[in-house]
Design a protein around this ligand. Structure first.
Ligand code: NAD
Ligand code: MG
Length: 401
C-alpha cells in the first residue's frame, strides 16, 4: 500500500502488550495519518495474527522460529502478505528500516534495550514507553539520541505530563528555564492502605490488581512496590537533566494530575486527564499537533477532590533504593533495574514473597561494585548480567533446594 504524503510509518515494538494494544487503538482512529510497517511481539501469536489481519503490516516479528512458522502458516491461509521473522536481530532490522520514521518502544524490561537503542542510533522518532531501557543505559542512550538527532518523546504518563508542562523550547537546562524541580505523582498502587505487616503475604494476583491503570504484570508489581516510581525518578533525571534532589514523588491516589513542574516564580504547571494511556500515546504520535485519542473528557465535578501525601519509605523501600541508585550513579541504576526484574519474576512465580523484592535488590546492590561509569552498551550488558546472576544467587540462598 502506498503511503500518503505526511503519513507516519511506524514500527511497534511490543504490539501485543498493554501499551502496544493502546497504540493500535489510537492508530486505528487515524488511518490516513499512520501506517503500520512492522508489528513486533514475543509469544502471543493469536493476538499478533489478528493485528496483522487488521493493520496489514509489511513485517511481523515473534520470539522464535517455531512461533514464526505458526504465524506464517496462519497468515498464508488467511491470504495476508505480511512477512514473518523472529528473534533479537529481526527487531533491530525493523527499527532500522529506511521507510520507518517512528518507533513505539513498548517491549517490557531489558529485552527492549537493544532495539530501542538501535532506534536512537538510527535517528528515528522514538516514543519511549520502555523506561527500563533508559534506566539501565541512561548515559549511553541519551548520547545516542544527541549524536543521531533522534527525537525522544516520553510515553510514561508522568514524563509525558512533564514534557507538556515544560517550555516548548526546553533544552535540558533547568535553571535557564526557571525550573525549580519536578513532581512525579504516584497512585500508591493497590497496597497503599494495607498494614505494612500484611504485605509479606500478598499474592501476585493482588499485586497486579492496580486501582487506576490496566497494565502488564511486571509494571503492575513495580507499581505495588513503588519501584515503578523509583524507575521513573531515574527516567526523569535522564530525560530532563534534573538532579535527584529536585525530583519529588507525591502520592496522589486519583491519578488525575499526571505530574507537575515547579517554577522559580511560584507557578506550578501540571497536566491533568483521565488515567488512560491513549492520551500520552496520542500526544506523542501527533506531536506537536493534537489528535483524538478516544479518551473521555475529564469531568472535574465528578472527580470532586484530589488528595496528596508524602510516600512512606518504610512501606515502599524500593523507592529509597532507586534514589540511592541514582545518587551512586555509574552502574548502580543498571544493577537496580536488573535485580528488580529478577526479583519481580521470582515473586510472580511464587519463589519469593512480596517483601523479599527490596531485600534481594538491596543485597545485590551491596555486593556489587557500582561506581564504574557506563561508556558503552557492552558496559551496560556486563553490569546487567552480573546483577542478574547475583540476584538469582540471593534468591536461591533464601530458598535452598
Ligand atoms: P506488557 O507485558 O503488557 O507487554 C509487553 C510487550 O513486550 C508484549 O508485546 C510482549 O510481546 C513484548 N515482549 C516481552 N518480552 C519480549 C522479548 N524478549 N522480545 C520481544 N518482545 C517482547 O507490558 P506493558 O504494560 O505494555 O509495558 C510495556 C513497557 O511500557 C514497559 O517498559 C512498561 O514499564 C512501560 N509502561 C507501561 C505502561 C502501561 O500503562 N502499561 C505505562 C507506562 C510505561
Ligand atoms: Mg508511569
Amino acid at each position: 500500500m502506498a503511503s500518503g504524503v505526511g503519513t507516519q510509518q511506524l514500527t511497534i515494538l511490543g504490539s501485543t502488550g498493554s501499551i502496544g494494544v493502546n497504540t493500535l487503538d489510537v492508530v486505528r482512529r487515524h488511518p490516513r495519518r499512520y501506517r503500520v510497517v512492522a508489528l513486533c511481539a514475543h509469544s502471543q501469536v493469536g493476538r499478533l495474527f489478528e493485528q496483522c489481519l487488521e493493520f496489514q503490516p509489511r513485517h511481523a516479528v515473534v520470539g522464535d522460529s517455531s512461533l514464526a512458522a505458526e504465524l506464517a502458516a496462519r497468515l498464508a491461509v488467511a491470504g495476508c502478505p505480511t512477512e514473518v521473522s523472529h528473534g533479537p536481530e529481526a527487531l533491530l532490522r525493523m527499527v532500522e528500516l529506511p521507510e520507518v520514521d517512528t518507533v513505539m518502544a513498548a517491549i517490557v524490561g531489558a529485552a527492549g534495550l537493544a532495539p530501542t537503542l538501535a532506534a536512537a542510533n538510527a535517528g528515528k522518532k522514538i516514543l519511549l514507553a520502555n523506561k527500563e531501557a533508559l534506566v539501565m543505559a541512561g548515559p549511553v542512550f541519551m548520547r545516542a539520541v544527541r549524536e543521531s538527532g533522534a527525537t525522544l518523546l516520553p510515553i510514561d504518563s508522568e514524563h509525558n505530563a512533564i514534557f507538556q508542562s515544560l517550555p516548548s523550547n526546553y533544552s535540558g537546562n533547568a535553571a535557564e528555564s526557571g525550573v525549580l524541580g519536578l513532581s512525579l505523582t504516584a497512585s500508591g498502587g493497590p497496597f497503599l492502605g494495607m498494614a505494612v505487616s500484611d504485605l509479606e503475604s500478598v499474592s501476585p494476583e493482588q499485586a497486579c490488581a492496580h486501582p487506576n491503570w490496566v497494565m502488564g504484570r511486571k509494571i503492575s508489581v513495580d507499581s505495588a512496590t513503588m519501584m515503578n516510581k523509583g524507575l521513573e525518578v531515574i527516567e526523569a533525571h535522564w530525560l530532563f537533566n534534573v538532579p535527584a534532589d529536585r525530583i519529588q514523588v507525591i502520592i496522589h491516589p486519583q491519578s488525575v494530575i499526571h505530574s507537575l513542574v515547579q517554577y522559580a516564580d511560584g507557578s506550578v504547571i501540571a497536566e491533568l486527564g483521565n488515567p488512560d494511556m491513549r492520551t500520552p500515546i496520542a500526544h506523542a504520535l501527533a506531536y506537536p499537533q493534537r489528535i483524538a485519542a478516544g479518551v473521555e473528557p475529564l469531568d472535574l465535578y465528578q472527580v470532586a477532590s484530589l488528595h496528596f501525601a508524602r510516600p512512606d519509605l518504610e512501606r515502599f523501600p524500593c523507592l529509597a533504593l532507586a534514589y540511592r541508585a541514582l545518587g551512586e550513579g555509574g552502574s548502580a541504576p543498571t544493577t537496580l533495574n536488573a535485580a528488580n526484574e529478577v526479583a519481580v519474576q521470582a515473586f510472580l512465580e511464587r519463589r519469593i514473597g512480596f517483601t523479599a523484592i527490596p531485600l534481594v535488590i538491596a543485597a545485590v546492590m551491596d555486593q556489587l561494585p557500582l561506581a564504574k561509569p557506563l561508556d558503552s552498551l557492552a558496559d551496560v550488558l556486563v553490569a546487567d548480567r552480573m546483577a542478574r546472576e547475583t540476584a538469582q544467587l540471593c534468591i536461591a540462598a533464601r530458598h535452598p533446594g
